[in-house]
Structures are given as C-alpha cells and as structure tokens.
Write a protein that binds this ligand. Structure first.
Ligand SMILES: [Zn+2]
Length: 770
C-alpha cells in the first residue's frame, strides 16, 4: 500500500512487485482512493474489497500506507502471516509539515490488541535519515506492536527509491546462513534449521495452512528439548530430524528449490542457527542425507582424479564426505576454479560477506589438585542462611590476595575425589570476610590454562609485589609503538613473537586473548592484543617417523641426549633438523654430525691469532655474507640454513693457518644464539670479561663483499632475449654452452641454425641465426 499522495506506479512498488513475482509470489500493488485527501474508511473499504486476506498474506505498507495497514488489521477476522511497516508512523509526528491534512482529519487512535492478534510477524523498517517522519516513530510502533525494528539508510529519503533492497530482503523470508564453506554452496541439497530457530517458533505460534505435518514437527521439538548440547552434536550419534512439509527454500547460488529440515545437530547459537547442508562435503550432512535419502551432489573434487562424471564419483567412489581441497565441478560459472578462490567468488556472487568467528570451547575451571592457583572464594554457611540467593559464596577481599597454597608434606589426592587441600584444616578454616563467622576456603584449584593465559604479562616484572606488573614496564615491552619493539608488527602491541605448537590454536591462544582483552578493559594490559606475531613449530617425530609415544617405544629423552652429547648439541641439532614449521624425524646420525661440528669449532679456537691480523679478501667476503645470511635467517626463523651457513664458514676457517681474532669473535657471536654454552666458554678463553650474550651483534658491511658473478645478456640477431648470472672465471666456451641450454633460447632458436656466436667478454653473447 502506497503512502500519502502516492500510488502503485511510484517509488519502489513496481520494482518490488516484479522481484517478488519473479520468485513465485503473487503480489497486489494497491492504489488507495483519494490519495491526496484520504478518507480512511473509504480506503479500508477499497482494500478489503480488492484483497482476499489469508494466513499466508503479507501486508506491506509505506508511510501513510502503514497507518492504513494497521487500521485494516483492526478489521480482519483472522491473522495474516506478517506485516511490514516501511517508514510508518502512529502519531501525527511528521517533520516540518504543520499543514499536513492528516494531522487533523484522522483521529490517530488504534486498537492495539486486535492489531497485534492479526498482524503475524512484524517488521518495522525505518530510514535513519528520514526527513519526514519523526525519529521516534519506529520505536513507538515497536512499543505498541512488538516485532523487529530494522533501521537502515534508504536508497532515497523516506524509502522512496526506485529500488530499495532492504524492503525486498524483509518481504522475502530470508534465512541467514553462516558457513565456513561457501565454495560448496552449489552442492547444498537441503537446508537445516535448529529447533529453536525463529522461523520454527513463528510456525508453532501461528500455524500456516501450508504446513502439512505440524504434529510431527511439534513432536520432534518436544523430543529434542530433552537433549543436551553435547548429546546433540556428538560425533557418531544417530542424526535425527523432521522435514517441514509445505515449506521450501531457494539456494541463492543456483536458484534450485530445496527442502527444509529441522534437526538438532544444528545449534541455534552457532552462526545463525541454520545451515545449508552439503552432504558431499560435510560428514554430518552426509550421514543425515544417507538416512533421509536426500540427494548428494559433488561440487569439489581432487584435481588429479577428475573425470566428467561427478555423479558417478558419488555413487562409485565416495564412501564418506569429501572434505579435501580441489577444484569446483557442477557449479555453473565457478566450475574449474580452485575451491579456495571459489570461497571468495561465490560469497560475492550471492551477496554474502566474509566474517571471522571464534568458538570458545567450554573450559572446566576447577580441578581437584594441589598444584594450581587457589580460587579466591570463601564458603560461609552463616551468610548462606541470611541471604539464600548469594548461597554464602564470598570473594576473598582484594587486600588478602593472592591466596597462596599451604606448605604441605603430601600433595597426594585424598582418594575421596575432593581436592588434596580439603584435608588441610588450618588452611581451609577461615573467618568469613563479610560476617566474621567461621567459614571454609574453596579447595578446588585453577587448571594450568589459567596461569598460562596471562603469564607473559607477569614475566615482564615477576617480582612486583604491588601490581600484576609495573604499567611502565608493560608499556615499554608490550605497548604498541614502543621504541623497544622493532618488528614490523610493532604497532599492534603484545608479545612480538609468540612461538608454540599448533595445538594451542583452539584453546590456549583464544583463552589468553580473552583474558588479555579483559585485562585491557581493566586498563592493566597495555594493548588490546596479546600477541602480534605467531609461529607454530613443527613436531619432532620419532626416528621411525611416528609421533613419539611409549606405545611405539620411539621416545627420545632430551636428558639422555644432553648427558651423551651436551646441551648445545641438542639445541643446535634441533635448529638444524629442518624448516622450523615442518614436522621432522629424529636422526641420531645427524645429531652426531652436529656434535662433530661443535668439536671442530673448539679446535679452531687454537688457531686464533693473539692480535687482530689482516683477513684475506676471500675470507672477508665470506665473513660478510655469513653475517648477512645468519642475521636474516634468525629473523626469518630459518635456523637450519643459519646453521649450515656457519658450517660453511667453519670449513673455510679450517683451511686457514691462523685465524684473525676479530673474525673468530664475529663467528662466535653468530653461533652464540644456537650454541650458547660452547661460545660463552670460547669467548671467555679469548679474555673477554662480559658475557658473549651481551656483546653487540656483528654488523654486515656490503662493501666488503667481493663481487664474484656478473650478468651476461643474450641477444638473438641483435635483439635482447635473455640474461643470466655467471661466476667470475667461467670460460667463454662454458658461457656459450650455458646460454644454449636456457629454455628461452631453445624456444627462440628452435629449428634454426646458429651461424655465428659473438661474445663480448663479461657482457654479452649475440647469436646470429642463419
Ligand atoms: Zn559470612
């Protein structure tokens, strides 16, 4: 219904009608009689004559049309499905329009209980910059009628654009979906709603005749109420659900009509309580689809195994959902894309947007162990009597914090399931800080993840008795933009480089971030993020390539390695094993190799000159390259190549008869982070008084690097086609041979005879084709 002085040909009405009809709805765009000087009774009569209202009707009114809509709802005998009030009003609250006739000719009274009874679901759409309707009207309608108030910026003021997508969106019952796999959207063959989803709730409250199996739905809802979240989502549990007969959804990617199920493996508070089910690529959907005999459509498949018959793959090959990477099939224009690229492309195509979501796992916070931080709570029976709501749970006053563990002889469990602390009466018994009666301390302790959620803040100032840590120190070490921080992420603040196992991703890192943000809100943590850069180290596997475990008897005990080879050997070997983030197998032969390298470094120290002597230029060049490479490698966590670079340097030092003192000192400094003990010893043997670990890092001097390669340009018939680096001292014949082996040159000279090669020393090679 159009607004004051308007009609069905104006504003967004023609467009909205077309859009809704294209989706299969039948739409009546109404004109109201005497649009400029409305008589509400006549208008109501005209509408009731033209329209057959039923339980599936949705009434949309714009501006004055919204007032008419409410008046029509007063008159109806039975409820409709829903009401959408666009830029509506219920008081003559029109801005800057003192002369507006409706202020006077309409009485502005509504029978709200009747309207409420007939309105169905209600959506109130308000233009945030509406120049006509008073700003409070959206809220006023909501106060009277309930429903959702949707505030947005209209395409044109007072929601008068030719196209107003928000209006369309709310006319259609759109089901919002959260998915981590938009790349699989073309494979969605059904939709699942959580039993608590609003649509289901509306359906129960106000049944539509369209729904054919309401008793079955109600029955299912009753059953799921009894199940816990853990039961509902447990892997391997039999999947249950019920189809909503008479209601269907449209897959926005391909326009396919798909059935809607209610199933309790979908939780209402995760995402939006609704999922697009892609049985070919999600195992839970797979199990559900098999049980309910729903279609399974493959849309991603391994590039290597691709054939054109994807339905055959489902029937012949797939025994469970395919959750791997691959390229898209059966996905219209997106077929052929890698699934990673498709994620973004398809999200854009269906006008979705990318979000980051976190799922914090439940965390049992109390442990029945001695070792853990005591929970600072006192249980007082007297307070419980006086105030049953508080149940006598009294926090330990801040001045008495921290509660320390008692010194005891035995930490052993009590055997009763209670914490070992429960037996220590003189610790447990305490005066209630509120009423002074005898009370009991909480005897459960915190789990180890409690302390690990903030220890990095305490490490900054571990002996501080007043604060968690001195705020100035926290700011200096962890504050954003602090001059002590020189990593590129310095702006974020937090620990510059955080290293841990990948298993931390779902627990420790999220808990720590949660605590950190809490402490930031309390103005204790100096920035909003705990860590600015994260690296996950790879796992060290057993010599057999399996995870170390007593079960496989492949465990290498570091204590044994330290005893037999020394701590530096162990450390250096672990650095040398391979790329930092990759898992790698333990190899005792390589460990021995590293130990031998350290022995050689020890022997090198006997050849060090008493004073600084001139360093041969080749060696000096290598020294500079070593400084450059090791410095970069350490910054980049490329420890294995740093070690091999130092090994090359050591090989060269072994060839020298005497080693310059300054050269050897630089070498030790570079090795010091990797073999701290040996280098400290050798450093001290050189007569140095301070620790090597306090010495300044060697500075790379590029000018001292001898240039030992140069560029040769290759021309063909005088035109530049390619170039490559050659080592100093490479012969002309060798250069010609190398040039002819280059793929680009092979391309250019294919099937043609080279009649001549002209070589300009150190610069250019010209090939003349016959
Ligand atoms: Zn008390």
């Amino acid at each position: 219904m159009p607004g004051f002085a308007s009609n069905s040909k104006r504003s967004f009405f023609p467009w909205l009608k077309r859009e809704l009809e294209a989706k299969g709805h039948s739409v009546q765009a109404l004109d109201l009689p005497d649009a400029r000087i409305p008589n509400i009774a006549n208008q109501i009569e005209a509408v009731l004559k033209q329209v057959k209202f039923g339980p599936d009707t949705i009434l949309v009114g714009h501006s004055w049309g919204a007032v008419v809509a409410l008046k029509i709802l007063e008159k109806l005998k039975t409820p409709i499905a829903g009401t959408i009030l666009v830029a509506g009003l219920i008081e003559p609250a029109v801005k800057n329009r003192e002369s507006w006739p409706l202020r006077l000719i309409f009485n502005w009274r509504f029978t709200w209980p009747k309207i409420k009874k007939n309105a169905g679901w209600v959506k109130i759409l308000r233009d945030l910059k509406d120049p006509l309707i008073a700003d409070n009207q959206g809220l006023r309608i909501q106060q009277e009628l309930g429903g959702d108030l949707i505030e947005f910026e209209a395409e044109k003021a007072h929601v008068c654009g030719k196209v107003e997508p928000v209006v369309l969106e709310h006319c259609l019952e759109k089901i919002k979906i959260f998915t981590t796999r938009p790349d699989t959207l073309f494979g969605a063959t059904y939709l699942v709603l959580a039993p608590e989803h609003q649509i289901i709730q509306n359906l129960i409250r106000q049944p539509s005749k369209k729904i054919k199996n309401l008793p079955a739905i109600k029955n299912y809802l009753t059953k799921t109420k009894k199940r816990t979240e853990i039961e509902r989502t447990a892997e391997g549990r039999d999947k249950t659900g019920v189809k909503i007969e008479g209601l269907e959804a449209i897959n926005p990617a391909n326009g396919e009509i798909i059935p809607i199920y209610i199933a309790d493996y979908v939780l209402v508070d995760y995402g939006f309580g609704a999922i697009m089910a892609v049985p070919a690529h999600d195992q839970r959907d797979w199990v559900f689809a098999k049980k309910f005999k729903l279609p399974i459509k493959l849309v991603i498949w391994d590039r290597q195994k691709l054939t054109d018959k994807s339905s055959q793959i489902v029937e012949d090959v797939l025994e469970q959902a395919y959750v791997g990477e691959g390229i898209l099939v059966n996905s219209d224009n997106f077929s052929g894309l890698s699934n990673q690229k498709a994620k973004i492309a398809i999200t854009k195509f269906v006008r979705g947007h990318l979000v980051t979501k976190y799922k914090l796992r439940d965390w049992v916070f109390s442990r029945q162990r001695y070792w853990g931080e005591p929970i600072p709570i006192i249980h007082c029976a007297n307070c419980a009597l006086n105030n049953p709501v508080g149940r006598g749970i009294v926090p330990v006053p801040e001045k008495d914090l921290p509660v320390k563990l008692p010194v005891v002889k035995s930490y052993a469990p009590t055997g009763t399931g209670e914490s070992p602390l429960a037996d220590i009466t003189n610790w447990v018994r305490v005066k209630c800080p509120v009423c002074g009666a005898w009370a009991k301390r909480e005897t459960n302790t915190m789990p180890q993840w409690a302390g690990s959620s903030w220890y990095y803040l305490r490490f900054i100032d571990p002996t501080n008795k007043k604060f968690l840590a001195d705020p100035k120190k926290l700011q200096a070490w962890l504050g954003a933009g602090s001059p002590l921080r020189n990593l590129s992420q310095a702006n974020i603040g937090g620990v510059s480089m955080y290293v841990g196992g990948v298993e931390h991703a779902t627990r420790h890192l999220i808990y720590a971030r949660f605590w950190h943000k809490f402490l930031f809100d309390l103005k204790i943590a100096p920035g909003s993020e705990p860590f600015s850069q994260l690296k996950n180290q790879g796992l060290v596997l057993g010599p057999d390539g399996r995870k170390m475990s007593k079960r496989w008897s492949n465990v290498i005990n570091p204590d044994d390695v330290v005893r037999d080879y020394g701590a530096d050997s162990l450390r250096l070997y672990e650095m040398f094993m391979g790329p930092f983030e990759q898992s790698k197998n333990w190899n005792s032969d390589n460990l021995m190799g590293v130990r031998r390298f350290l022995d050689r470094v020890w022997r090198l120290s006997f050849k060090v000159s008493k004073t600084d002597i001139k360093i041969a230029s080749d060696l000096e060049s290598l020294q500079q390259k070593t400084i450059q490479k090791v410095s970069q490698d350490i910054e980049n966590f490329s420890f294995n190549t740093a070690v091999s670079t130092l090994m090359i340097m050591a090989n060269n030092l072994e060839l020298a008869e005497t080693i310059s003192r300054s050269l050897f000192k630089d070498f030790l400094k570079l090795l010091a982070p990797l073999a701290p003990h040996l280098t400290e010893e050798l450093w001290s043997n050189l007569g140095e008084k301070r620790s090597i670990h306090l010495a300044t890092w060697p500075i790379f001097e590029p000018s001292k690097i001898k240039i030992n390669s140069f560029k040769i340009i290759i021309q063909i018939n005088g035109k530049v086609r390619d170039s490559f680096q050659v080592e100093v001292g490479t012969s002309e014949a060798e250069i010609k041979k190398l040039a002819l082996l280059r793929p680009i040159i092979i391309q250019w000279t294919k099937d043609q005879k080279i009649s001549r090669m002209v070589y300009v020393p150190d610069k250019l090679l010209n090939l003349v084709l016959a």
